[in-house]
Design a protein around this ligand. Structure first.
Ligand code: ADP
Length: 302
């Protein structure tokens, strides 16, 4: 994988990528993200770029996001915005620069969601054996889910990975919210995870944070993935997250099921996979998510 070019200023990046004649004509805020400041940069020749920025210490977050996007792009299964560069500007911010995904001129296509489902299933079925940096369940770099650090230490088994790198660290962070009964249920759940989950035949490359806000229409009119928290895991974990906040249209699920066999009992496993994201929301946004976490714990934790 080619290393993404790192720059010491935004203007250096623009000069290097587009030539000395090009300069920034306009910067326009883009809303919708939770974590970073986002903007559309228009150059003097009307080229549009997308830039995320944050405090200088956010550079590792951008490096991790870039590795996720590059790894997904390399499979050739599904589009992501093309990465251009990253760096820290002397004005005091870290940035990640990429292609502007502009689907505004595209007419909605009736096969949009089924095409997306097919591409996602292809990503999940993509043979990662022998892929550079795919050593089981995990990822070559730790990354972030929202602004929570996400451990990706390599594991041979999916269930061990999901316990050690997903549920346990989130439970630990949230421990102040829980009462004695909750703690007992958490211990039970972590000790008996293999009763509820199953090992996949092989690891799949996952987007890792697959809700509707991270799917957008690109300039070719198809659904592109943005803002991944990528890792190698069980494909069901990605599918589960699509259902957490409202779900995608029916045609998405019909096509996904047709392309990718899902084992019986998925609906029970789905709620355990989504427990990870509910815990993360509890840790990021506070006690309004406690009730949902406790509901899941009551089902699995005793
Ligand atoms: P955050 O890291 O803060 O969560 P996002 O990656 O979600 O930020 O991006 C914020 C918003 O910017 C998204 O909701 C989306 O609308 C838009 N966006 C993200 N990536 C691009 C892109 N490559 N081109 C155009 N718009 C984008």
């Amino acid at each position: 994988m080619k290393k993404l070019q790192s720059y010491t200023s935004l203007s250096e990046a623009i000069r290097d990528l587009f030539g000395n004649e090009k300069s920034i004509a306009n910067k326009q805020p883009v809303f919708g993200g939770d974590i970073n400041t986002a903007c559309k940069i228009t150059l003097n020749d009307q080229t549009a770029l997308f830039m995320k920025s944050n405090r200088p210490d956010a550079l590792p977050n951008f490096e991790a996001e870039a590795l996720g996007l590059e790894t997904i792009a390399e499979t050739g299964c599904i589009r992501v915005p093309q990465l251009l560069g990253l760096g820290t500007d002397p004005e005091g911010y870290a940035f990640l620069l990429m292609e502007f995904a502009d689907g505004s001129h595209c007419r909605p296509n009736s096969s949009y969601w089924s095409q997306f489902a097919e591409n996602l299933a292809n990503l999940h079925k993509h043979d990662v054996h022998g892929a550079e940096n795919a050593l089981g369940f995990g990822f070559p770099k730790d990354n972030y889910i929202g602004h929570t650090a996400q451990k990706n230490t390599w594991h041979e088994n999916w269930i061990d990975f999901f316990r050690d790198c997903r549920l346990a660290p989130q439970f630990q962070m949230a421990s102040g919210y829980f009462e004695k009964t909750d703690h007992r249920r958490i211990t039970h759940l972590l000790d008996h995870l293999d009763q509820y989950l199953a090992e996949p035949d092989a690891p799949s490359l996952l987007h890792g944070d697959l809700w509707a806000g991270n799917v957008m229409t690109g300039s070719d009119g198809t659904a592109w993935l943005i803002d991944p928290a990528a890792y190698y895991g069980h494909a069901e974990a990605d599918l589960a997250m699509t259902e957490l906040f409202g779900g995608f249209p029916r045609s998405f699920y019909q096509t996904y099921q047709a392309c990718m066999h899902t084992d019986p009992g998925y609906a029970d496993r789905r709620d355990l996979y989504n427990l990870y994201h509910l815990l993360n929301h509890l840790n990021m946004f506070g006690s309004s998510y406690l009730g949902s976490v406790q509901r899941t714990l009551r089902r699995y934790g005793s």
